[in-house]
Structure formats: C-alpha cells, structure tokens
Design a protein around this ligand. Sequence first.
Ligand SMILES: Cc1cc2nc3c(=O)[nH]c(=O)nc-3n(C[C@H](O)[C@H](O)[C@H](O)COP(=O)(O)OP(=O)(O)OC[C@H]3O[C@@H](n4cnc5c(N)ncnc54)[C@H](O)[C@@H]3O)c2cc1C
Ligand SMILES: CSCCC(=O)C(=O)O
Length: 346
Amino acid sequence: MFLISRCFTHQLMTFSNAKMPPKIAVLGAGIIGVSSALAIQQICQKNVEVTIIAERFSPDTTSDVAAGLIEPFLAGSDVERVKEWTRLTIERIKEYMSEGNLGAEEKSGYWMQSVKEVPDWLKLMKNVKVLNESEVAAIRKRPGHNFGVFYTTWYLEPTRYIDYCTKKIMENGGKIIQRKIENIDELGNDFDVIVNCTGLGSRVLFNDETIRPCRGQIVRVSCPQVRHFFIDDDFYTLINDSCLILGGTKDLDQWELEVNSKTAQKIIEGNCQNIPSLRHAKILSHHIGLRPCRPTVRLEKEIKNNYPPIIHNYGHGGSGVTIHWGCALETAELVNKTIIERKSHL
Ligand SMILES: Cc1cc2nc3c(=O)[nH]c(=O)nc-3n(C[C@H](O)[C@H](O)[C@H](O)COP(=O)(O)OP(=O)(O)OC[C@H]3O[C@@H](n4cnc5c(N)ncnc54)[C@H](O)[C@@H]3O)c2cc1C
Ligand SMILES: CSCCC(=O)C(=O)O
C-alpha cells in the first residue's frame, strides 16, 4: 500500500502542483552542477524552480582544482559526443570572454609526444601545426619528445566561472542547500525532476562502480615570463590569469587527498626540465583532486518506480571544464522535454 500510495502521491503532487513551476533539484555544485542549473533556467525560460543541493561548494570542489585548459583528457570513449560538447563549450567561452569576464583567455603552446597523436578534437583549436623533424628537435627537452603539435586553445578558470554561474542562478530565483544526500529517498516528493551532477559521489549515491577516482596532484606557481603551455606524456605547465599550474599525475583508484611532497618535487623537477625558466618560479600552493573517471560520461534520463525522473550528468574525467556547457545544454534539453511530457499528461 505504501508503494502505491507513494507513487500515487507523487503523481498527485504533480497534478496538484500543476499551476506551480516544476521543482528541479540539481545535486552537486561543481562546474557540472552549476552550469547545468543555469542552462535549465535558460532553456526552460525560468518557468522552473531550481534548487542546488550539495555537500561542498566552490572553492572546495574538484572543479576548483582544475586549471581549466580546454581540451579533452581522460574523457572516456564517446569521442564524437565529447568533441561536440567541447565545440559548444568553446562557443560559450567566447561569449563569456566577450562580456569582459576575467579568468578566460586564448592560450598557445606545445604538446610533445612519445607516440604520434593528432586527435580529431584538434580541429576545434586554432593555429594547429604538427611539428616537422627540425621543429621537434628545436623544442625537444627530453628523449621521449619524438613528435609534437603546436596549437592555440583556451582556458576557463573554474572558480571564477562557478561564481559567475552561481550569481546568475540566484538572480533567476534559484535556491541553494548545503547538505550531503545519503540516499535520494531523502528528497521524497519535494521535486519533479532530479538532476544528478555529483561526480565521483555517484559511485555511492547511485551505486555506480564504473566511476572511479583518478587522483591528480598540482602545484600552483608564479612565473610571469612563461607565456606558453607545455604538455608531454608525464608533465604539464598550464597557464591561468595570475599563476601557472604544474601537473601531470593521473593515478587511478587512488583516493588519497593529502599532498605528497615527493610527488610535488617530481612535478616541479619534471616541468623545470621542460621549461628551464621555471627554476625561478615562486611556489604558491599545492592541490589534489580526484577526477571522476568513467568509461563514458553518463548523460541520460533514468526512470525509477516511485521516484521523479533522474537526469544523470556525471563522469567527466579530466574534461569537466572542457565539455561542461555542451553537457549542460543536453541536460537542460532532457529536463525541458521531461517537463513538457508531464504537462501533456495532466
Ligand atoms: C588536478 C586536476 C586538473 C584538472 N584539469 C582540468 C582541465 O585543465 N580541464 C578540464 O576540462 N578538466 C580538468 N580537470 C577535470 C575536472 O576538474 C573535472 O572533470 C570536473 O571538476 C568534474 O566536475 P563535477 O562538477 O562533476 O565534479 P565536482 O567538482 O567534484 O563536484 C561534485 C559536486 O557534487 C557534490 N556531491 C557529491 N556527492 C554528493 C552527495 N552525496 N550529496 C550532496 N552533494 C554531493 C560535491 O559536494 C560537489 O559539489 C582536472 C581535474 C583535476 C583533479
Ligand atoms: C593534459 S593537460 C589538461 C590537464 C587535465 O585536464 C587534468 O589534469 O585533468
């Protein structure tokens, strides 16, 4: 009886609230959650009530650790979808830059490779130049630099951008609740649609063991004279408005959130070998993030008996900034379609 009544109650709630704007719960306040919430408000023409529920908010999310370089990395096997999401995100970044926002720029640099790679997503970049032998020899900093590509991409600083999105969400009447959800039963019949943007949290919350942590450690430094990014198989130097991000670790199934000093030293040494002027850099801070890695990004609608429809948008690996807006738009379209379908049944 309980199950039937609960299901009936839910339908009844929907019927009884037919005149109220649909209530959308967005679980997660990283770049995926906030961008999805904003896209939902925009695509549903603000005829929705969006509430973000999250355990952690910026600057304490994985998203805040990211350098925000725009290129697919550890993004799973859906390469065509990832390329289209990247294309839409680049368009978004150009708009964001045209508004005069800080924390987003075009940036050029080198990707030096041990095995030649010229992925399709390079077609989305500018000034792409596959280096010839003499150019490789001129740039090479270590034996593993057998091939190379020069290109121009963008960066989008996540913390500034999350703040930008959050301000707009609140201006549009959005709400925010700080809370860890142990079980979606806790949400009861309070919402008409649930949007899951919990990243690695989906492993427990939605019992998805295919999403795994890929631990990344970075060092933020100040070295204004370095103006190009430099990426190779093991290390990277990326650029933000007022600092450089030195990285490259990618340790699957490692959950450790403590900074490892030996790893930090290795990251600094490796990047100094690639860019010797980094020896004059000033160390600013050390950070760890657990990339939410999955075989593919999960972006789909799930219908579970006795629950509101759930739209999943998680598992963006090392590319959450790169593909966020393409994913947010697709998520918002799924929400809008769900609302329209429900209205047609009233
Ligand atoms: C070192 C490093 C460098 C990176 N560099 C780049 C880069 O240059 N470019 C790029 O595109 N990507 C990069 N990434 C990847 C990018 O950071 C991630 O893909 C992205 O942050 C994922 O965003 P998210 O919103 O899904 O996850 P998160 O930022 O982890 O947000 C998840 C949210 O869900 C909430 N949550 C989880 N479980 C629950 C629960 N049970 N109840 C309530 N709330 C919950 C959390 O509190 C949080 O608010 C990097 C990642 C790392 C670690
Ligand atoms: C390969 S450079 C981009 C860095 C990145 O996306 C990451 O560390 O997850």
